[in-house]
Design a protein around this ligand. Sequence first.
Ligand code: CO
Ligand code: CO
Ligand code: CO
Length: 350
Amino acid sequence: MEDNKKIKLTALSSKGGCGCKIGPAALREVLQSLSPSVEDPNLLVGLDTNDDAGVYRLTDELALVQTLDFFTPIVDDPYSFGQVAAANAISDIYAMGGKPITALNIVAFPIADLDKQILAEILEGASSKLKEAGVALVGGHSIDDKEPKFGLSVTGLIHPEKIRTNSGAKVGDVLILTKPIGVGILTTSIKKRWLEEAEIERVTKVMTTLNKQAAEIMDDYQIHACTDVTGFGLLGHGLEMAKGSQVGIKIQQSRVPVLPRVKELAEQGAVPGGTKNNFNYVHQDIDFADSLDQIDQWILCDAVTSGGLLAAVKKEDANQLLKRLQAQEIEATIIGEVTDGPVGKIVIEE
Ligand code: CO
Ligand code: CO
Ligand code: CO
């Protein structure tokens, strides 16, 4: 058993986070090709859409929202890793407009190689976020695995008529993003030992911040579509919204908040494989302004863990919503708008 103090959790990790209930783009075709297990009219949001969580109607007033997510360590501090994993897993419930109520831990841990105290800290970190979210931990499952992995399955409640999918965006809506991007490039830089402590803290804080407050403030406004920005990156999730809503999307690159030093680190080689995969997967549907170089394009596709909400809000509501979000120290910004076309595509202006 190695000395705890010397353990760098990210050094044990082969890859970064993922996104939503389906997983990486390359695998989701397989997952989505499954035929439904049963035809059930109460299954309101299921496998056939790219939404963040599944929704199942219990009564006319009540539906279950269910999601799960887990990944390998993206930060070295075990307590922070637990917090990030929990904030990320709960986020899909907030993205759908639900209230998370219960959670189960999903644990893979190298029992023979790592001190159990590390696992205890991961679980404590997760619990701290569950507490903040008002979510009851009801159990979990663990296996012995060479590579540590952690995540949660989270269940929430929602009114069946108040589900926020990513398919309701309307022409003229304003797009608000509630956290800065660049997380994939920064966590890759953590793994390369390229970041100062303060930089690690900054990106960790972004990832451990719950989307709870942002989602609750949004309840007071006309949100036509919402998703959280995670593994497919801003443009991947934005494209799901454009395609699902049968609209076009226009984003001003200069308005997209990017964490400090992301471009510099990307130029030095910190662009993760998942980010490049995202780019390869979406680029034929994106019209980038000529002034954007390859690095700029990758940054907009950067695979995020525990990112912010991307919401299409009624134009008249946008400024007031933005003010209220910013008053709570949420790093929200208006990044673009919903257009009448080209449908299912994104235009990136300077
Ligand atoms: Co995932
Ligand atoms: Co999601
Ligand atoms: Co999404």
